[in-house]
Each structure stands twice: as structure tokens, then as C-alpha cells.
Design a protein around this ligand. Sequence first.
Ligand code: BGC
Length: 720
Amino acid sequence: MVSKNVQDLMEKMTIQEKIGQLIQLSADFFQGDNVAITGPLKEAHLGEAALYSAGSVLGISGAQTVRKVQKNYLKHSRLGIPLLFMADVVHGYKTIFPIPLALGASFDPQVMKTASVTAAKESAAGGVHVTFAPMVDLVRDPRWGRVMESTGEDPYLNSVMAKAAVTGFQGTLPLDQNHIAACVKHFAAYGAPEAGREYNTVDISEWRFREQYLPAYAAAIEAQALLVMTSFNTLFGVPATVNQHLMRDILRDELQFHGVLISDWDAIGEIIHHGVAGDLQHAADLALKAGVDIDMMSFAYAKYLAKAASLDPQIEQLINESAQRILILKEQLGLFTDPYRGLSTERETEATLTTENLDAAQVAAEQSMVLLKNSHHTLPLNTATAISLVGPVADTGDILGSWSWQGDPDQTETIADALAKQFSNFTVMPGTQYHHVQFSKLNDAVNASRQQETIVAVLGLPASESGEATSMTDITLPAEQLTLLRGLAQLNKPLVTIVITGRPLDLTEVDALSDAVLLAWFPGSRGGAAIANVLSGRVDPSGRLPMTFPRNIGQVPIYYNAYNTGRPISGTPADDENKYLSKYIDAANSPLYPFGFGLSYGDFTITDWTLSQHNVTPDQPLTIQATIHNSADHAGTTVVQLYTHQQVGETVQPVKQLQAFKKVSLGADQTQTITLTVPYDQLSTIHSDLHRSTDQGDYTVMLGFDSTCTASQPFTVAHQ
Ligand code: BGC
């Protein structure tokens, strides 16, 4: 339904004004002096008219600034159409939550939702209308630095989290002033670049794309995300941004996406480098035909659409459709009623960095930390223990992670400062920097550790080494840090390693040298306090891995829901009898830590589990009841995970597919019975004709605490 207001505007607008709506410029076009004469406009060979007709801007925020820019813009807008402000509000605005991969590790959609609600509230008060989030790209390759922005390797977990993020950012439609529009990205399959190299070619079959990569985008669109962003990569041989099959057939027709489709930064211009357009005019033409409504920063639309429209009525029609979609979005945001969306500096101050927001960020960090090893109950630590705190991340605020441009590491409490509030007796001596060491300092740190009872080493990478354009070929910790760890391990004292990272690392040696390993990711504004609470046992680290951690880089990509092969994935390197199996001769097939893995201070078992019925139909979902017991003398939290496997299918089937999970918190020696349900439709798979349906036949359901669980029961599926 198009409102009267939008219809009227569409009638009044000139073709040039409509094209203007399709153009997005970056912040520097609107800020600073003389932007029109000597600044970016000149560099881009655009006239001043382009500035005041551009429909949206990215990267401007702050109540006062946004008010000023909007006011000035409206002075120049003939029809009073407000400017749309977009930005990357990814895991928080000023209050920074753990990175999205960590939020995925929470295995709790409510945690993701709270993070998005908070980010929306703060950034809306800072004048942001649209966030370029969530990124729901499925990821399997830790060499790719952007895995930190995803929620991991699993289609089901990603879908649940995608939905939670969209509903958190947007609330229930229509949007109110505390919510912002979500832009799902990057459509599509940006998370599968060959060799993990940023922006590289993606080439997966459409069957596999639909089976594993598409579900999370579909879930976000079903949750009514108002925008979608195209991806930089090629898919099915055609760059996504101009891929008509992807954008028209799949996104618009099949997924019924009616919102605004925006290109990624200069992605339209890059079609020339892909070798699919001869020049920018050609690229503009292809992108518009694929249905891209907004051109982010390639200037192709600004420069060439007017001419193209005068030559081709189809182009004019497409411009009309796109302009209308953008006006509808502006209306959904309430901009025609109040172009400032209630902005004021008072509201901004009241909404940002509140205790409530920071507390929520802390809970999210606590819920997303993964305890990877805990020999002899090394953790939790008694708060009177004499601790030697070492490592390059022990005393820095660089724990926010990439895509936190409004967060301030200098204002962020360090892990050392947070520990000081709970632990009465510790020394801090980093011993090494991230990539650089002075051996005298390293020796000092080792010698200081000799005097203390327990060593806590905080190792990892700076935020600048994950996120966009940070692909890596080596995922071990820097040699300097491993040297420190080896020195510490020789002291034969309890050694706890905390890992700060935006991606899975090869932790084989870290695991071997440490008594306990805590994966803290980039834990955000209150990460220090969360780590202190986990170390002291005030809270249980209840995150579980959303990505498989390999033994070494050679195993990559490695993920739990692989297909069986004709030569099953089994056997050990030394198993000569079974040489011709799918395996390596120099390493095990199994990862260091599997998907779904994480320890607790509790000690959990599933004492009993039953299926309500052994036959699943469209009206009768798979329903299991399980009794969970915590036998520890500690409270704890676990994540019960349900996987299925279809015995025989028309196409190959994953060895295991996550279908449901539940986080369960139990006191010492407590028991609880839980129910998990999987609807018939969720058991569907993609067939060779690329259609999705649920097959009749024999299946197994497996239940446990990570993806290696083996306890299984059979069930059958029938169409009625
Ligand atoms: C990234 C997008 C981001 C955009 C705007 C691009 O380089 O790929 O994810 O939203 O920049 O900042």
C-alpha cells in the first residue's frame, strides 16, 4: 500500500529528484567547509545539486550534528523530502556489546535481541535511522576477518540470531523513535570467499547456497527487515550486485522482499573490475536492472541514470520503483512527520551509556564467554589467590572489537582494572606487546609470576586484526605471545589463558600449555567486569562455540554439519589398514574444539530423554523431553542441543544438523525437565530441483551438549 503522501511526492518529483533518492553519499560530503567547491564533490566530479538531491548519507551521527545537517539539507530540498541517515551500528553504538560472533556464542536469542534493542535506542537518539546490520553471512573460514561480524557456521543458529537482531533493532513495525531500520547484509554468501581472502570469488552451487547460506537471510527478511545490502562477491558467476537471478528471482520474488536494496560501498563501480561491465554507465544499468535501489558511493547512478532514463523507458520505470521504495522507507521512519525523529541533546545524553545499557552489555559478555579447558577445576579462582596477570591484553581498553566506531577504548575499563575490584592480590606485567617483545620485559614477567600462586595470561589480537579487510593465512597467536606462554608454563603453576579474538584461532599449543582456557572474544564495554566475574565464579561462562576451532590452519574450512562421503570421514592418521578413507595422514579429522562446545562450572548430564511420538507429520512436530541434572556443588549453565540426521535422501545429507537448543541454568544438584520441539517443515532440505521439502523416511535425533554428541534415537517422518 502506497500512501497518498508518497504518491503525491512521486507525481511532483522530477526524474532528477527521483534519481537523487537513489544516491548515497558519505559523511564527508556533508560536513566541513567548502564541501561543494574543493571537497569530495569536486573529487567525485559532482555538482552541488547532487549533494542536496542525494537521498541518504552514511556515517553521520550525534544529535546536534544530525539536526544541523538535516536542517541545512531541508532548506535546499524543493519538496521537503528529508535526508536519510545510515550507519554501521553493529554491536552497540556507544555502549559496546560483545562482537556478533560472541553474541552467537551466547546461544541465547534474547541476548542478541537486547544488544540490538540497546544499540537501536542509543543510535536513534544519536540521529541514526538505518543500521547496516545484522550481517548474517554464514562463515566457515577463520582466515576471513569478517567472521567476527557473523554469528557463525550454522544455518539454524544464524537464522535464530538474525531474527532476534532484526526484531531488536526495529521493534514491532511501524517503527517508533527508539528503533531504527535494519539492513541485512551481505546478500549473498559474502562469508564464503575462496581461501578466506577478503572480497574473493565465491563459487558454491545453488543447491548448497539454498541449503545452508540462504536460510539466515530468509529469516531476517521474514522478520521484516526493511533493507538488504548487496555483497561485493561474485555468486553463480555473476557479481551479486548485478545478479538478476539473485536479486530479482530469489530476493524479490521468492523471499518476497519489498524493502530497499542498497549496494555495498562502491560495489556498482567494482563491476568494472569484475569484468562484467565495460564502464560506469554499463554498471549503473546492470545494477538498476538487478533491482539495486541505492548506489552507495560509486556515483554511477548520479552520473549516468538521467541519460539512461532519457533513452530507455524501462530505466525510467525502474527509477520510479526504486525512488518509491525509498520514500516508503522514509515514511516508515516517520521522517515526513518529524525529520528529526525527536532528536535532542538531552535525549541523547539520557539514552546513551546508561547503567542499564552497560549492565546489559556485561550480561551479554558473561553469556558469550566460552570455557574451553578447565583441568582440575583451575577455575573459578579464590579471590584471595595471589595472581600474576600478564599478556598484551591484560591492561588495555582495546577489547571492544572492530565496528565499534562510537566506542572509546580509552574510556573502557581494562581487564586489570576490573580484576582489581574483586581480587585483592595481584601484579600486572604484560611481558610482551601483541607482535613485539623485549626479552628483558618478558623475563621480568616470567620472574614476577614465579612469586605468585596462579598465572592469568591475557593473550590475543588487537581489534584492528579482525573485521573488514583483515584476512590472515596464519591463525596461531603471534610468536612473541607463545614464547611468553611457554616461559610461564615452565613455572608449573596453575596457568589460566584468556583469549581475546574476533575469529577462531589455532589454539593447539595454548591448550597444551594452559590448565584453563577462557575464550572471551572482544567482550565490549564491560568486558573486563565480565571476565572478573567469570574468573571469580560469580557467574558461569555459558557461551558455546558458534564456529569450529581447528587443530591447525590446514583443516580449514572445517565445520560440524559436513556431508558423509563415499569414504567416510573417520580413521586416524596412523590407521594404515584404512588408508583410503577421507582423512589426513598428518592430523586428525576432528577439530580442536567442536561447534557447540563449551564447559561450565556445573557438571551436567542428560539423565533421561524421550520422544513424545516416533512419527513426525505436518501436524505433529518432533518433540523431545529431557531431564537435565547438575551434579556439581556449583550452580551452572549449559546449552542442550538437538541435532537430526536424515538416513537416506535424494541429495546427500549432513551428518548432523542443529535443529533446536535451550540454555538451562541449574543450582547445585538440581534437576530440570525441558522440552525441545522441531516442526516438520524445519526438517526440510533442498532437493536437486532446488526446491525445499521434507522427505518421508527414517531419521535419527541426537541430544547432547555439543556437536559431537552421540546419544541418539530413531524417528520417522510421514507426510500425514
Ligand atoms: C562494508 C559494509 C559496510 C559499508 C559501510 C563496506 O565496506 O562491506 O559492511 O556496511 O562498508 O560502512
